[in-house]
Design a protein around this ligand. Structure first.
Ligand code: F6P
Length: 358
């Protein structure tokens, strides 16, 4: 990056918000190093927007960000902040930014955090930059969000281990993965682990089936029970064809009651024994993989470049390997969906597998 010599010195603030994601520290590091290069001063607000509302911050210098690139979590801590949805919260955040004489605010987070930024934009005239950081990969306008690749790898490692014990006992497992309302983690990890079934928003409409409400009638025309029956039939068929393990990857929130409810229902409807396993927050932690460290580094530097270029109300994105700027309002308009080709890939491989095992 070329050194800036002609300038008004800027005061930058950064915070991490919403669900933490591996690689957030790498992004903070890149922001601080790039900002210092341009003689900007940087402070970090603590615990997401709560630190901004309560004016709790710490100065960030090169020493503070040395050797943090490999660490999961976030050195600034993170939180969800319902107060940012209220006029009072926005007013308090604005007052802190004015009091602290902040010229530009960088927020690393997901769409909830960006919605907070859009509300702030109406009250505060400083520069506002978002960096997409969430394991869910559900933000439109960027190919990947920081943290997603690590979460997928963590899920893969866990499912591979489950596969070992499932094979040994010829067991059926239902593994529930995070993603809020999207199936990016479920589809990527599921395909990479050769899951026998993936149940997610992209190939299943959400199922609300109370365990007491399942119709066991043979000719029941209840749509939701039918889905369960088809699933049960497929599991039985696969198990009859080859005595082996069977792994169902299920996205959280797609099936009411999640993996435990589905296990209970399969037992009730078809006498199938399944072991449910909710992977949970393990997917949010751990050292970021190379892809997330590199993405975060590129995005952090790009955020400072955008500030130097007087940009505002944008999200730093990466599209086809190149940095791009996307209006924050556009980034939150739609959730980024799982690509059709990925959903198709799972269907194709399952169909081919079925042909070969009869
Ligand atoms: O957005 C990240 C995420 O981990 C989602 O995948 C999950 O649904 C949610 O956060 C969990 O939130 P919390 O940690 O607040 O329970």
């Amino acid at each position: 990056m070329k050194k800036n010599t002609n300038i008004q010195v800027k005061r930058i603030a950064i915070l991490t918000s919403g669900g933490d994601a591996p690689g957030m520290n790498a992004a903070i590091r890149a922001v601080v190093i790039a900002a210092k290069h341009h003689q900007m001063s940087v402070i970090g607000f603590c615990a997401g927007f709560n630190g901004l509302i309560d004016d709790v911050s710490r100065p960030l210098n090169i020493n503070d960000v040395t050797h943090i690139i490999h660490k999961g979590g976030t050195i600034l801590k993170s939180a969800r902040c319902p107060a940012m949805k209220t006029p009072l919260g926005i007013a308090q955040a604005t007052s802190t930014l004015l009091k602290e004489k902040i010229d530009a605010l960088i927020v690393i987070g997901g769409d909830g955090s960006f919605t907070g930024l859009i509300a702030l934009e109406k009250q505060w005239s400083g520069q506002i930059i978002g960096i997409p950081g969430t394991i869910d990969n559900d933000i439109d306008g960027t190919d990947f969000t920081i943290g997603f690749s690590t979460a997928v790898n963590t899920a893969i490692e866990a499912i591979d281990k489950i596969r070992d014990t499932a094979e040994a006992f010829e067991r059926i497992f239902i593994v529930e993965l995070m993603g809020r309302h999207s199936g990016h983690i479920a589809f990527n990890a599921g395909i990479a682990c050769a899951a026998e079934q993936i149940i997610s928003f992209e190939n299943f409409s959400p199922v609300k089936l109370s365990p007491d409400n399942i119709s066991l009638e043979k000719n029941s025309s209840d749509n939701e029970t039918d889905k369960l029956k088809i699933l049960a039939k497929e599991i039985k068929q696969a198990q009859a064809n080859r005595h082996a393990s069977y792994i169902i990857v299920i996205a959280e929130n797609v099936w009411q009651g999640g993996a435990p409810a589905l296990a209970q229902q399969l037992q009730k409807i078809a006498d199938i024994d399944c072991t449910p396993c909710i992977l949970g927050h393990i997917q949010r932690g751990g050292s970021p993989v190379a892809k997330d460290r590199i993405l975060a580094t590129k995005m952090g530097v790009a955020a400072i470049q955008a500030i130097m270029a007087e940009k505002t109300n944008i999200m730093i994105a990466e599209h086809n390997n190149a940095i791009a700027h996307v209006a924050l309002a556009i980034a939150i308009m739609h959730q980024q969906g799982v690509s059709e080709s990925l959903v198709q890939a799972q269907e194709n491989i399952l169909a081919l597998t079925a042909q070969h095992i009869g």
